[in-house]
Design a protein around this ligand. Sequence first.
Ligand SMILES: NC(=O)c1ccc[n+]([C@@H]2O[C@H](COP(=O)([O-])OP(=O)(O)OC[C@H]3O[C@@H](n4cnc5c(N)ncnc54)[C@H](O)[C@@H]3O)[C@@H](O)[C@H]2O)c1
Length: 443
Amino acid sequence: MNNHDAKSKGVQVEGPKGKLGVLLVGLGAVSTTFVAGVEAIKKGMAEPIGSLTQMGTIRLGKRTDNRVPLIRDFVKLAKLDDLVFGAWDIFEEDAYEAALHSGVLERDLINDLKPQLQAVKPMKAVFDQQYVKRLNGTHVIKASNKFELAERLIDDISEFKRMRECDRLVMIWCASTEIFLQPGEAHSDMKKFEQAMKENDPAIAPSMIYAYAALKAGIPFANGAPNLTVDIPALTRLAIDQSLPICGKDFKTGQTLMKTIIAPGLKGRLLGLHGWFSTNILGNRDGEVLDDPESFKTKEESKLSVLEYILQPDVYPTLYKDFSHLVRINYYPPRGDNKEGWDNIDIFGWLGYPMQIKIDFLCRDSILAAPIVLDLALFLDLAKRSGMRGIQEWLSFYFKSPMTAPGLYPEHDLFIQLMKLKNTLRHLRGEELITHLGLEYYD
Ligand SMILES: NC(=O)c1ccc[n+]([C@@H]2O[C@H](COP(=O)([O-])OP(=O)(O)OC[C@H]3O[C@@H](n4cnc5c(N)ncnc54)[C@H](O)[C@@H]3O)[C@@H](O)[C@H]2O)c1
């Protein structure tokens, strides 16, 4: 789609016919909370709290026009009744058993949804313990090289689509955080990438094999973890060549969500920052995986970049040069999925007088992540039907480390991200973009 063409007439978007299959890599706390949530909402047992696609509205035209439809009535999104779920995991547990294990939702709710959850049985995973040191599972595909593993995933995808009679599919990485990898030669173009897969090059992580399989199979891909995954030239190019939308990385929940709410406010009012210390305790499997220094490094990089980009120390040296920023995650089993995150923020105001802000966020990670998975599934499907391809920057709203075009710095401010998302929807429908200038009200 040419961005300028849509201005007056909008983009031709095919309606969402038939079923949309949501393929989840990893059937752990986030995935099962998402699937159970959608099933509960479909049965009228709960409301889709936290989901922009289900509860959000969008203002159109002038403030005096009173046109504020629900987003789901404004753009052609798949309906919850048309969603079906598939997954891969290194453990054989179905979504019912995995949801019980994850300890996020109450047992009664999970039991009420037992048949729907039992229907989601994980396919065998592509896994290598070298990339997630703290896990070891047996429900894995065996093949002689990484290219063959990708071929097996592509077969699984087409079998799932046939068996579940899906019209369209999307894939979302909700599996454990892999060790820190940097883009290298093997990731630079498709020829080298495929060669590296055939040679079992360690530069090719399992998450990249899933992303490759999705894109080869014609499926949009989102990355909910901080792993490199689809954020490499070979795969971003493949997405463009295949006319597929992709987005990532790392769902923006918990402490980083709070950072991207508070930091733009401090900067807006030109309050300075001496330091921001963040620490967490959590006791779920994600916490256990992140207890490994190599997986933590991937997460830490993702969490640390946010403040630098929002506060722009180069542009505001008096306020933000050399602030300290520390992030800690402590694996503490008694807390399970109910994380507690503390922030101590040392700020300064008029004449340099110091002040402090303390945050104690008793949050539920997967409760915050599940509506993000839903929105991404529906928006990626919309993007594909709208002919949008490559990195979808308008979905940065959902990520801690938004993917961007090479050389472009990411926008982390949650409110700018939301404005960008809604303007993209207006653009798709040929509505005026909202600039918030508003001079016309005073003419
Ligand atoms: N919950 C949040 O708020 C949040 C926020 C941002 C990012 N994330 C990320 O989302 C991911 C999922 O989080 P979670 O709390 O559900 O973790 P989890 O440990 O409960 O679930 C992850 C699942 O992935 C499986 N898995 C690992 N490697 C796999 C592979 N190669 N193929 C298939 N399955 C594999 C594991 O066996 C596990 O069941 C993590 O990477 C986490 O860092 C979560």
